[in-house]
Ligand binder design. Structure first.
Ligand code: RET
Length: 133
């Protein structure tokens, strides 16, 4: 079975700018955020996850259980509240973030030594690749 646990460093990011624009992130924050090389620390215990995204500028923490809806505050991002739920699609983790923005969510999966993250909002898709630290 797939285990996302570990520390992951950002290697590449495609269209993070478009994703941030779709979220309405302000200019100054976008300029800083696109220079960052965030690190993800994921703890997975069965169907319980915690994901810490850390950067020199700002960090984001989220905790969830598969299939259990939770209130997400998106603190430090766009601050819009969402009802979020994460499910398995085969070995992919799929999050649907229901709120003011359409088509908001993300998908995480692992291939080899790399963690892939696709971030979606409205018509924008950001693709990121992380490597095990
Ligand atoms: C940073 C820096 C400040 C501006 C923005 C950020 C974006 C963070 C994102 C985190 C996504 C986390 C996920 C967790 C679950 O797996 C880097 C904090 C916009 C988009 C998908």
């Amino acid at each position: 079975p797939v285990d996302f646990s570990g520390t992951w460093n950002l290697m590449s990011s495609d269209n993070f700018e478009g994703y941030m624009l779709a979220l309405g992130i302000d200019f100054a924050t976008r300029k800083i955020a696109k220079m960052l090389k965030p690190q993800k620390v994921i703890e997975q215990e069965g169907d319980s996850f915690s994901i810490q995204t850390t950067s020199t500028f700002r960090s984001y923490f989220v905790q969830f259980k598969i299939g259990e809806e939770f209130e997400e505050d998106n603190k430090g991002l766009d601050h819009r509240k969402c009802k979020s739920v994460v499910t398995w699609d085969n070995d992919k983790l799929v999050c649907v973030q229901t709120g003011d923005k359409n088509n908001r969510g993300w998908t995480h999966w692992i291939e080899g030594d790399q963690l892939y993250l696709e971030l979606r909002c409205e018509d924008q898709v950001c693709k990121q690749v992380y490597k095990r630290a």
